[in-house]
Structures are given as C-alpha cells and as structure tokens.
Design a protein around this ligand. Structure first.
Ligand SMILES: [Fe+2]
Ligand SMILES: [Fe+2]
Length: 357
C-alpha cells in the first residue's frame, strides 16, 4: 500500500464521501468564484435523541447524529462553522440534551444552536439555555449577517394554563398530528428584538435567518407553520438578499416569497412524509419543492441526512447529503430568481418515488 499523508487521506476520504453519501447538509456562501469571502457551513438538525433508562438511548437516533458528526469532521475544505437546527432531544429531558451535547462535542469547529420544540416544552428551555445560552442572537461572518430565532413558542395560555405538568405539555407538543397542539410563533418580544437588530444593518448585507419551524405557512395540521410568519417576513423585506433556513419538517422543501428564499433541512433521525400526501387537510407545500425520492421502509436511514451550504453571492446553495439515496443540490437560480433543485426541478427529469428499489 502506498503511503499517503494524513491530510491527503482526509482529502480523498472527503471526496469519496461527498461522492457517495453523507447524512447532513452543507451550506455554501460564495461571493464570486475567486473571492476569499466564499464560505461554507455545515447544518445538522433534528436528531431526537430519546432517553430510555440510565445511560441507554434509542440506538437508531444516536446513529444518525454520530454519522453526521463523523462525516462533517471529514469535510475538506473545512466548513467555517456548524449549525445545529434544533430538536436535539425527543422529550426535552436534561439527559437527552446532555447526551446530544456530549456527542456534538466531537465536532471540529464552532457550533451554533437553534431551539426546537422538543428541546423546549418540558421546562420551557431552561436546561437548553443553561447549557447553550440565549435562544435568539445574531452575529456577522465574512459580510453576511446571521440571525437565530426561537420560532417554536406559542400562546401563553396554552403554555402556562392548560397542562398539569411540563411533561404532559411536552407530550402534547411532541405529537405530529394533534388537534390539542398549538401553532408555533416567534412572538412579539423577539420580533421587537429582531427589528432592533436589523435596523443597524445595511440593507445590502446578505441575511441568513435560522429558525426551527418554517417562517412560512405550509401545513397547520402538522405545525409545519409559524403563526406570525408574515410579520417576521415584513421585517426581512427591506433586505436585498434573504435566506431562511429551517429544520423541523425532516424533509427537503424550497420556496421563494418576494425577496426571501426558504430552504429546509433533513433530519438525522427520521423523514416525515410530504404533507401533500395527506389530502384530507389543506396543504400549502411550496410549489418549488421537488419531493424526495423515498423512502425505503426497510432501510432505517433512508431519507435522513445532513446538509452543507455554500453562500453564493449572498445566496444559499444547499447540498443535501443522504446515505443510501441520491444526494441533492438546491441552488439559487439567478435567471429564475428563486432556488431550484439542480437535477429534478424540471418535471421531465423527476424520478417517481420508489423506482430506485
Ligand atoms: Fe424534529
Ligand atoms: Fe421540531
């Protein structure tokens, strides 16, 4: 066997993995092909680590996160940082959050965290904030302004007066198709904070807004929804380039509303079906979304994954990396003026679900 140095090995390993399958998403932020400001970040979301007893956790969910971390660590070039998109935990238990942070501690690079409803509704985010700090914040990176919101709050009455315990409240919010649930929202206080934060930023600055629930209304029955989405969108409207990235929906979704591009992240835990398949209730699945070719019920990791993201001239290209399925790229299409699936946006190219098996 010929000898190769460690760097070369990692490089080859990275190329090999990128060519085959990776369970996360990479986000590319480029300012032109030769600019030193181009950058990428990795995006891992929705691991739903589930505590059983003692040191035991549901193995399958652990495996999805462990794989995403291992592959993110092999990436070359290195992503500038990593986003974790929320729902580390399944039932918000301190054991689950601590276990997730122990696993995520193996990531090489800085990690920024977004709050998910599964991290929040047991103790209203107390343990999460104790470990990770504020649930909404902003920072600047290479000319891009990043904003993180906690978008999974809801009406005070539902939160404080409805349930006998935090555990019961968490169980109710953890159910997908639950008429006892309550719509998510950013809320007045955070919207005021956001307005203040954005007032200081030049309107030419590209924005990347990270939330857990979509900051658009897709499907209320499953809480693929943010009640005050329009008010948040109005605050983003003055900016020329706005990218909203969200988790929660466990599937690829793409949309363009005015100046705002929306892209969803896959989960490392499990995929949700597309709400369009549930015809009994209104679904507002964005038209630009090309459904994933999926899912093999006998393969526990199908239609799960992670992302890496290129920020291209202040616009986001999302590279979806799926173990056991074809990788996908949803990139900004300058001519069309919205993000598009680079391979399957054209209906003639689409692969009907399941034909790959
Ligand atoms: Fe989730
Ligand atoms: Fe969620």
């Amino acid at each position: 066997m010929s000898r190769i140095d460690r760097r070369e090995f990692l490089k080859r390993g990275g190329a090999l993995l990128a060519a085959s399958s990776l369970p996360l998403s990479l986000v590319d932020v480029a300012f032109g092909k030769t600019s030193e400001q181009n950058f990428t970040f990795a995006y891992i979301s929705d691991s739903h680590l589930t505590h059983l007893k003692g040191r035991e956790f549901v193995r399958n969910w652990d495996r999805g996160l462990i794989r995403a971390i291992a592959e993110a660590n092999l990436m070359d070039p290195r992503p500038d940082f990593i986003f974790y998109g929320g729902d580390i935990a399944q039932l918000g238990k301190p054991e689950e959050i601590d276990h997730g942070l122990e696993l995520l501690g193996a990531l090489r690079g800085d990690v920024h965290y977004v709050m998910g409803e599964h991290d929040y509704y047991l103790d209203l985010g107390e343990h999460w904030r104790k470990r990770l700090g504020p649930d909404h914040y902003s920072f600047d990176h290479k000319g891009v302004h990043f904003v993180v919101l906690n978008s999974i709050k809801t009406f005070n009455d539902w939160t404080h007066n409805r349930w006998p315990s935090g555990a019961e409240r968490m169980h109710q919010m953890a159910r997908l198709d639950n008429p006892q649930g309550s719509p998510f929202m950013v809320g007045e206080q955070q919207r005021a904070w956001l307005k203040d934060d954005l007032d200081k930023i030049s309107k030419d600055t590209p924005l990347v807004v990270m939330s857990h629930s979509p900051l658009q209304k897709i499907y209320k029955g499953w809480n693929f929804w943010t009640e005050d989405a329009e008010q948040v969108q109005a605050l983003l409207k003055p900016f020329k380039k706005v990218n909203v990235l969200y988790g929660h929906v466990h599937q690829i979704q793409t949309n363009q509303i005015g100046n705002i591009s929306f892209n969803a992240a896959m989960a490392t835990a499990w995929p949700w079906p597309y709400p369009a398949t549930y015809k009994q209730q209104a679904s507002y699945l964005p038209k630009l979304t090309v459904n994933m070719n999926r899912a093999d019920p006998f393969f526990e990791r199908d239609a799960t994954g992670w992302q890496f993201i290129n920020l291209h001239t202040g616009r986001v290209d999302v590279n979806y990396l799926l173990p056991g399925n074809q990788n996908r790229v949803v990139a900004w299409d300058d001519r069309a003026g919205h993000p598009a699936d680079t391979q399957f946006q054209d209906t003639a190219n689409r692969i009907p679900p399941q034909t790959h098996y």
